[in-house]
Design a protein around this ligand. Structure first.
Ligand SMILES: NC(=O)C1=CN([C@@H]2O[C@H](COP(=O)(O)OP(=O)(O)OC[C@H]3O[C@@H](n4cnc5c(N)ncnc54)[C@H](O)[C@@H]3O)[C@@H](O)[C@H]2O)C=CC1
Ligand SMILES: O=C(CO)COP(=O)(O)O
Length: 344
């Protein structure tokens, strides 16, 4: 029944995931008000209950509206969900800061690492808006296209405060959407950012028609790499085995809905990142994450060969086949090296 958890939730960013998330939240909040960059999106949702640019076939519940005024979206909100692409997180947080009440809880759905600072997305928002204790993140295998169709899915809400995690769990839970809880914010966010890089590698392999064994190897060794990086950042190892790690890696590497995987295949066909993003209007977070994850791996002394290969292809003009060859030519060491296995 609408409105049982809280009165108003603001959703900042009405792209694909913001739109689908608003539909979930509308079951448990009295009112959901989205902030959309595009006037046309705000109008389409408020007047016709559809987002004309992202997932236009999805009819939003009647208690969802949208505005291009951040002040109007935030006015009287009991909770805020932020879901703009990672590149716009800091400027968006700067707009949010003067409008956000001191104790209003904030849940970030964006996946990425800020270049330069190497902050995770909740850390960026807390850095600008203050109140790290009110922050949460939600991550997992949640392609917006399938959430809108009511197909079963699940995610994990991580927060330092149990009360904040419980609030967002209650806000997101729906008959076909399960929301688990965790206190490992670093683990959940690190997994969500780095799996997008592995998905680009899987897309490249698919474009090169390398077959299902290759995809499975990239996913499995990618998960080991995610584990090494996330743990070096302070994550709990088990988080990588969960919805934000293995779960999201699987859907992003296998699903035709994945922008990261599709972009990898498009690269093989000769399309550039800018061309792909302009054509689809959608964000490929793994491209930016490849830069940050590669730099983080260097800073933390973590072996991350798949991230390095994607980085080389995207930013050093390295040939795709050559990077694949380089990965294959590496000496295989202990399968769980860096994760409790021997250093041999
Ligand atoms: N689409 C999905 O199924 C899922 C997406 N995510 C994550 O959610 C985040 C947002 O992605 P999507 O909702 O898919 O977006 P999208 O790719 O569908 O749309 C792009 C979004 O960027 C916004 N935008 C463009 N320029 C902007 C600016 N200057 N300032 C603020 N916003 C601007 C657009 O208004 C639009 O909302 C990403 O981090 C993505 O990885 C996470 C889970 C699922
Ligand atoms: O994070 C996602 C699914 O959980 C979205 O992945 P893509 O950005 O590759 O579509």
């Amino acid at each position: 029944m609408a409105g049982t958890v809280c009165g108003k939730v603001a959703v900042v960013g009405m792209g694909s995931w913001g739109t689908a998330a608003a539909g979930l939240l509308a079951r448990n909040a009295g009112e959901v008000c989205g902030w959309a960059l595009e006037e046309e999106v705000a109008r389409g949702i408020s007047e016709g209950h559809r987002n004309p640019l992202y997932l236009p076939s999805y009819e939003l519940p009647a208690n969802v509206r949208a505005t291009s005024s951040m002040g109007e979206a935030l006015d009287g909100a009991d909770a805020v969900v932020v879901v703009v692409p990672s590149a716009f997180m800091r400027p968006t947080a700067e707009r949010l800061a003067p409008l956000l009440g001191d104790d209003v809880p904030v849940c970030v759905l964006t996946k990425g690492v800020e270049p330069g600072t190497m902050m995770l997305m909740t850390q960026v928002v807390a850095d600008v808006c203050g109140g790290p204790g009110r922050m949460a993140c939600l991550s997992g295998p949640t392609h917006a296209e399938e959430i809108c169709q009511g197909k079963p899915a699940a995610a994990v809400v991580a927060a330092a405060s149990d009360a904040v995690a419980d609030l967002f769990r209650s806000l997101f839970i729906a008959p076909s959407f399960r929301a688990y809880v965790s206190s490992d914010m670093v683990g959940v966010e690190a997994c969500g950012a780095v799996k997008n890089v592995v998905a680009i590698a899987c897309g490249i392999a698919r474009g090169l028609e390398l077959g299902d064994n290759t995809s499975a190897v990239l996913m499995t060794r990618g998960l080991a790499e995610i584990g090494r990086l996330a743990c070096a950042m302070g994550a709990e190892p088990m988080t990588c085995m969960g919805l934000a790690g293995m779960g999201d890696l699987a859907t992003t590497c296998m699903s035709p809905h994945s922008r990261n995987r599709t972009f990898g295949a498009a690269l093989v066909a000769g399309e550039t990142l800018d061309e792909y993003q302009a054509r689809t209007r959608m964000v490929v977070e793994g491209a930016a994450a490849a830069r940050s994850a590669h730099e983080l791996a260097g800073r933390l002394g973590v072996d991350a060969p798949i991230v390095a290969a994607v980085h080389a292809v995207l930013y050093d003009h390295a040939p795709l086949q050559g990077e694949m060859r380089r990965l294959l030519d590496r000496m295989p060491y202990d399968e769980f090296y860096g994760l409790g296995g021997d250093a041999r």
